[in-house]
Design a protein around this ligand. Sequence first.
Ligand code: ADP
Ligand code: ZN
Ligand code: MG
Length: 489
Amino acid sequence: MELSSADKYEPVIGLEIHAELATHSKMFCRCKNDSSEERPNTNICPVCLAHPGTLPVANQDAVRKVVAVGLALDARVPDTSKFDRKNYFYPDQPKGYQISQYDEPLVANGLIVVPSGKQVRITRVHLEEDTGSLTHDRAGNTLVDFNRAGVPLMELVTEPDMRSAKDAREAAEELQLIFQYTGASYARMQKGEMRVEANVSVRLKGTEKFGTKVEIKNINSFKFAEKAIEYEIERQIQLIESGGEVRQETRGWDEAKQKTVLQRVKESAHDYRYFPEPDLPPLNVVTIREELKHRLPELPAQKRERFLREYGLDNEAVEFFVRNIAIAGFYEKAVSELGEWLSSSGHDSKGAYKLLRNYMLSDLSRALDDKDILFDDMKCTPENFAELISLIADKKISSRGAKDILLTMVSVGGDPSDIARDLDVFQSSDAGELEGTIKKVLEENPSAITEYKAGKQNALQFLVGQAMKASKGKGNPETIRDLLLQMLS
Ligand code: ADP
Ligand code: ZN
Ligand code: MG
């Protein structure tokens, strides 16, 4: 059988990722670094506007953040590093050059292992400054906003180790988590705090030499990254199969057209005329590196392993918690609260933890969606949440009642027992209370009793339903069922 053209080729992908650092101030001046500032040209000063005679001072916190990422990547962080000028004109870059790092980056030779087990080597991570931003209005004018000019930016470059669009997506997602866990960047793609560029080439399977690469820019979500790379792989294969040749160029992802489109033919390093930045002294990072070595936070891979081991969670739940740092913190507190209740109540702990897992993964987010509240803004505490789970486990409330209670808990807060009382959703599991109700139901439905005795299971269901109704929904269905069976026998 002849191989289809796609099977003859192997894609080769390398990533270049920019992330804005979560510092208070900009890279070389004291202006605020605030990506949510909507008033243009508010966070600006003579330094980031490049007025003649001004001098840059390097932001130590930005250096620390990149070093932390380097340590998290198990990379080499050399004792010294320096800044270089990268010369190019761009209307939102007032200096006419960008301060960046060329041959002595802060970080080199790292490695990540994504959840699938795939390893991706990190070539380098360096520190630079962001440009401002341009807006094109309807009248055809271009407006410039320098709020972002001089914001600390970290650029990470990977080796061309990925072999599929999915590999590349997973690597980018893992790097986002590492940036977030180390506190280096909020790395929200939709806010432009993290930007992914993918370098894509194809080669015949079994050959060593890499093909000519194309760089794809303008990718603003992980989903688009995967789609853009898939499209580009296919485009290159078809080009080669039809006798053409891949050109080294920069293309952009056009989401509307679902294709990559030519932007420009790439410039090479010498076009930038890099040279050491004369206005900044070299960096000595020994002290920072040695200090941070001992203060590295838990990393995504470690958290995966711990959540699996400590809480015995399934993969879906582990991944959910690893990707949602704040929700995971909430979960851990709720687990310990629930643990206290379990040890004093002697309940089936496996069942209760399973309930907690399910309520965290689905019911909570549904309640937040319903009330249009963000997790960070909700009023529900882990203590209250654990208590809600204990009420369900105790059969004091139904899952229906729990939903209503949860809506109140996320929007106004409070103790679930109080809310249950206010909403009048407590169930009765008290046999004495329920017996009277059931007796009455049996008296009123003699035919159902006859049917049940004739072996019809539906009749029992019917009687449970009638008793639930008679108790105005307060009876616990399982207790009612048990009592009915007792009385019928
Ligand atoms: P350039 O000099 O064009 O900037 P680099 O060698 O610095 O190229 O690599 C830039 C990025 O492109 C890196 O992420 C690297 O892994 C990736 N890359 C390099 N060569 C290839 C290739 N043939 N196919 C796919 N990606 C590549
Ligand atoms: Zn400034
Ligand atoms: Mg390069």
